[in-house]
Design a protein around this ligand. Structure first.
Ligand SMILES: Nc1ncnc2c1ncn2[C@@H]1O[C@H](COP(=O)(O)OP(=O)(O)OP(=O)(O)O)[C@@H](O)[C@H]1O
Ligand SMILES: [Mg+2]
Length: 264
C-alpha cells in the first residue's frame, strides 16, 4: 500500500507541555481508503487529525500527504492545506455570507479563482450535497445538518486530495445525522481518501475499509470493521465499545472496576 499511500504517519509524537498526547503513531491511509478513528475522549484523535494538516505542530516523527512531507520545516504550509479538506464538529460558516458566498470566498482567496469559476464550482458542490436550493440562503436559515453539508461542500470546492472529518455529526440532533453520513458515504463511494473520527459505529461498520482504535495516544489496534468492532482483540477496545453501546452500564462498571481503561 505504501506506494499509493495518501497519508503516511511515522512515529508521530505530540506533547502539550508535560502532557504527551500522541506517543508514537504509525498509520498509512491508501488512496481511496476510508479509515475511521475511534477511541475515548482525550485519547488524541483530534490532535492526530490536526497534526496531519498542521493545525498543530507535531513534536517528533513525520507526516506525508500525497508524497509530500508536511513535517519538513521548509514545506509550503498553504500548499499542503489546499490538498487537505477538513470538516469539524462545528461548521464554522460565516453567518453574514450566503451559502454560495461561503463556498466562493475561500476559492477566490486561497486558490485565486475568478468569480465565475468559483461560482460554478460552488454550484457543483452544493448539488453534490443536495443543497442547490439553499444557494442564496444564510447559514442561520439552515438546520445543523444542512450547515454541515455546506461545510463539506465548501471543503470539496477546494478540490482536496484527502478529507479529514473530526466528529462531523456529534453536534447534530439525531434526526439530522443521517443526511450528513449519506454525503460522506457518497464521497467514500466516489473514491475519496478519508480519515474520519467518529462515534457512529454503524457508519464505521458499513463504510470504513479500516477502523483504528486509539487510547492514551497510541494505536491500540486496527483492522477491518469486522475485526475491530466485531471481534476486538484488546480489552481496552472491548471496554470502549461496550461503553458506546451501553453508556449506563459503563457508569456502573466505572464505580466498581479500576483495572480496565487505565492500562497504558
Ligand atoms: N491546544 C491544547 N493545549 C493543551 N492541551 C491540549 C490541547 N489540545 C488537546 N489537548 C489535550 O490533549 C489530549 C488529547 O486531546 P484530543 O482533543 O486530541 O482528544 P480526542 O481524542 O479528540 O478527545 P474527544 O473525543 O473528547 O474529542 C487531551 O488531554 C487534551 O486536554
Ligand atoms: Mg476530539
Amino acid at each position: 500500500m505504501s506506494s499509493s499511500a495518501q497519508i503516511r504517519i511515522r512515529d508521530l509524537h505530540k506533547s502539550f507541555g508535560e502532557n504527551e498526547v500522541l506517543r508514537g503513531i504509525d498509520l498509512e491511509i491508501g488512496e481511496g481508503e476510508v479509515v475511521c478513528v475511534i477511541g475515548p475522549s482525550g485519547s488524541g484523535k483530534s490532535t492526530l487529525l490536526r497534526c496531519v494538516n498542521l493545525l498543530e505542530e507535531p513534536g517528533r516523527g513525520q507526516v506525508f500527504v500525497g508524497g509530500t512531507e508536511v513535517t519538513d520545516p521548509d514545506v509550503d504550509i498553504d500548499a499542503v492545506r489546499r490538498r487537505i479538506g477538513m470538516v469539524f464538529q462545528q461548521f464554522n460558516l460565516f453567518p453574514h455570507l450566503t451559502v454560495t458566498e461561503n463556498l466562493t470566498l475561500p476559492q477566490r482567496r486561497v486558490l485565486g479563482r475568478d468569480k465565475a469559476a468559483s461560482a460554478r464550482t460552488a454550484a457543483e458542490n452544493l448539488a453534490r450535497v443536495g443543497l442547490s436550493e439553499k444557494a442564496d440562503a444564510y447559514p442561520s436559515a439552515l438546520s445543523g445538518g444542512q450547515q454541515q453539508r455546506v461545510a463539506i461542500a465548501r471543503a470539496l470546492a477546494m478540490g482536496p486530495q484527502v478529507m479529514l472529518f473530526d466528529e462531523p455529526t456529534s453536534a447534530l440532533d439525531p434526526e439530522l445525522v443521517g443526511d450528513v453520513l449519506a454525503v460522506m458515504r457518497m464521497l467514500a463511494d466516489e473514491g475519496m481518501t478519508m480519515m474520519v473520527v467518529t462515534h457512529e459505529m454503524t457508519f464505521a461498520r458499513e463504510v470504513a475499509d479500516r477502523v483504528v482504535f486509539m487510547d492514551g495516544g497510541v494505536v491500540v489496534e486496527q483492522g477491518t470493521p469486522e475485526q475491530v468492532i466485531g471481534a476486538p482483540r484488546h480489552e481496552r477496545t472491548r471496554h470502549f465499545l461496550s461503553r458506546l453501546l451501553d453508556p449506563a452500564m459503563a457508569e456502573v462498571e466505572e464505580g466498581s472496576s479500576d483495572q480496565v481503561g487505565k492500562a497504558g
